[in-house]
Design a protein around this ligand. Structure first.
Ligand code: KG4
Ligand code: ZN
Length: 340
């Protein structure tokens, strides 16, 4: 059994996985309510919350899985990227356990966790990984498309400024919606009949043939429109719904515009599978669009279970399983806020 720990941002999570990728337990202690009064994650609060919740959560995870320490043969932990103080709690905790119990400790890149998350199932073994797939990681901290071949991950684009989830969160905060903003914007975007012509967001383009994302222009445009039209969480509900729907659509349109560019630039043979990942992958419109896009291109589409979209330890454990070598000296594992 593998015990996995995730503490990179604002959820403390512990999971237990079987060798075949079945998730026995995946517990998440969300800190959202603690950060909500501040409109975003406060790193110092995050570290203290992880410290308070991590060990009780590990005990509960083993209890729920009806396992003892003798059943655990490996430990995996998110080593980065993320908030350094938050990462340190998980890494130091995992190091102590691995050292004390003489178990191998596997450091995991948080993004790799997201990348493979679409292959985890709600119940039963994981879906077998294909030789190659395209992965769209869309979260609060990252927006990138990757080509994953035999477990080797190549980044095909990145964002030049804000991440897609960050853009959802910042604009939501400006109009007075609680953190995290993505699910809130989605809720209002689905509220009733929408006038899609009322607001317009231009599609940012770079001169060269770059497929990079850029979300800061849409963010600035949204804030300007919200100010001009007095759009707020407590204001005119129709205006709010029209705004949220068009803003959400502009963010998603850019995602698919860049995906089209990347797809046209890829040499044949192209991947036969495309997978979605990250917090924004929980969005219903994104999920529908990737299914349609995959169908158009005759691809297998993997959409993660919603529980595996936002940060969770199951995906960290599963990414650890994809690594060939485990680190045997836990003292060699280090937390890093940035990872190349
Ligand atoms: O993957 P995640 O939990 O954390 C990072 O690694 O960043 O992603 C969190 C992000 C937040 O920006 C949140 O607003 C966004 O995912 N998110 C959504 C939805 N659910 C979460 N964005 C749009 N629609 C959603 N339903
Ligand atoms: Zn994440």
């Amino acid at each position: 059994m593998l015990l996995a720990i995730e503490t990179s941002c604002d959820e403390t999570s512990v999971a237990v996985l079987d060798r075949d990728g079945s998730v026995r337990v995946n517990l998440i202690a969300s800190q959202i309510e603690r950060h909500q009064p501040f409109g975003g994650v406060v790193p110092e609060i995050a570290s203290r919350e992880h410290l308070q919740h991590l060990f009780p959560l590990i005990t509960r995870a083993l209890g729920d899985a009806k396992l003892g320490w003798s059943d655990v043969d490996r430990i995996a932990v998110t080593a980065g990227p993320g908030l350094i103080g938050a990462l340190l709690v998980g890494v130091a905790g995992a190091q102590g356990l691995a050292y004390g119990l003489d178990l191998p400790l596997i450091p995991v890149n948080h993004l790799e966790g997201h990348i493979f998350s679409a292959y985890l199932q709600r119940e039963g073994p994981s879906i077998p990984l294909p030789e190659r797939f395209l992965s769209l990681v869309i979260s609060g901290g990252h927006s990138s498309i990757y080509d994953v071949r035999d477990g080797v991950i190549t980044m095909l684009n990145r964002t030049r400024d804000d991440a897609i989830g960050e853009t959802f969160d910042k604009v939501a905060k400006f109009i007075g919606l609680p953190y995290p903003g993505g699910p809130q914007i989605e809720k209002y975007a689905n509220a009733g009949h929408i006038d899609r012509k009322r607001f317009h967001f231009p599609m940012p383009q770079f001169n060269e043939k770059s497929a990079d994302f850029s979300y800061s222009g849409i963010k600035a445009g949204a804030i300007r429109l919200a100010r001009e039209h007095n759009i707020s969480a407590t204001g005119d509900p129709q205006l709010l719904a029209d705004f949220c729907a068009t803003f959400q659509e502009a963010l998603i349109d850019q995602l698919f515009d860049r995906l089209d560019t990347i797809w046209s630039q890829l040499d044949a043979p192209k991947p036969a599978e495309v997978a979605l990942a990250g917090g924004v992958a929980a969005n219903g419109s994104v999920r529908q669009r990737i299914v349609d896009w995959g169908r158009q291109h005759d691809l297998i589409v993997r959409v993660p279970e919603k529980r595996y979209c936002t940060d969770n330890a199951a995906m960290i454990g599963f990414a650890a399983m994809q690594k060939r070598e485990a680190v045997t000296d836990p003292r060699r594992v280090a937390a890093r806020s940035r990872v190349q």
